[in-house]
Design a protein around this ligand. Structure first.
Ligand SMILES: Cc1cc2nc3c(=O)[nH]c(=O)nc-3n(C[C@H](O)[C@H](O)[C@H](O)COP(=O)(O)O)c2cc1C
Ligand code: SF4
Ligand code: SF4
Length: 257
């Protein structure tokens, strides 16, 4: 079984292509409760994006809630694939720590560079089209390499960390957790077509259509699915996003040879 958390489709695509290669099935992580995860011969795969050089808090909580199999001598491992726009920092160590605390066996952690979807701070935007295309064209080869490593039972951490990894993860990630998302900043603009796509895109059901317009509740996990899925760029985060681009992964695992 492979579980994925995905806002704009990158991690879903990676999970589905891995599932195809490994003859496994991929599911959205919140469709399966931690108590009901199924371990195949290849253990349990988890695919998620990197958030602020760390692991999305809800994914980390999920991993920490997976019960350790009763007979720990025959325990199968989890393996993790992180998708990121550029670099993971020390995000893998968060998984290592969570597994060490709970007793889960960890096989390995890999990263795949995919188009960036982060737009909420000054200086951050989606990739230019040529960079986006280059990343998308290189991803399948990387995913196949990871699939082979999982099949062979290879262990270890194989990620693109980037520079200043320690500082970014240890200092910036806690700030992101505290201040990175202010749900009341989400709003719809006058261009809104009342189509409901933003609400449908939210992976945690945090958006309600009320009076035909979206209304954001306060559980937002900052995945940006609502922002990127709007067909007319009518989802806005304060005044930060009006001049930013939009991105959605349109690759389908079945289309990849
Ligand atoms: C809140 C947030 C924080 C992010 N932080 C990072 C980061 O630290 N490093 C990075 O390379 N990409 C970062 N990104 C980009 C995503 O990790 C990347 O685009 C990912 O593939 C998105 O996956 P998804 O489409 O499955 O949601 C961030 C994206 C979001 C929404
Ligand atoms: S996706 Fe955009 S146009 Fe559709 S309801 Fe949401 S804000 Fe309005
Ligand atoms: S409301 Fe938050 S969690 Fe839901 S789609 Fe938008 S950014 Fe993601």
């Amino acid at each position: 079984m492979i579980l994925y958390f995905s806002g704009t489709g990158n991690s879903r695509y990676v999970a589905e292509l891995l599932a195809q290669q490994l003859k496994e099935k991929a599911f959205p992580i919140f469709d399966i409760s931690p108590a009901n995860v199924e371990w195949s011969d290849m253990g349990l795969g988890i695919v998620c994006p990197v958030y602020s050089w760390g692991i999305p808090p809800l994914v980390l909580n999920y991993i920490s809630s997976i019960p350790v199999q009763a007979n720990s001598t025959h325990q199968r491992p989890i393996w993790v694939v992180l998708t990121c726009g550029d670099e993971t920092g020390m995000a893998p160590e968060m998984i290592v720590d969570a597994c060490a605390k709970t007793g889960l066996k960890l096989q390995g952690i890999w990263s795949v560079i995919m188009p960036n979807n982060y737009v909420l701070l000054p200086g951050f935007d989606v990739d230019p089209t040529d960079v986006e295309q280059q990343k998308l064209s290189q991803a399948p080869t990387r995913i196949r390499t990871i699939a082979q490593a999982v099949i062979k039972g290879e262990e270890g951490i194989d990620v693109t960390r980037g520079s200043w990894a320690w500082i970014k993860t240890k200092l910036v990630y806690p700030l992101f957790k505290r201040w990175g998302m202010i749900p009341r900043k989400w709003k719809w603009t006058k261009e809104c077509l009342q189509c409901g796509k933003c609400a449908k895109a939210c992976p945690i059901g945090n958006i309600e259509m009320r009076g035909n317009h979206p209304r954001w509740h306060d559980k937002c996990v900052s995945c940006l699915a609502c922002y990127h899925s709007c067909p007319v760029h009518a989802v806005s985060y304060g005044n930060m996003t009006s001049s930013k681009g939009q991105y959605e992964c349109r690759l389908k695992a079945v289309n990849v040879k």
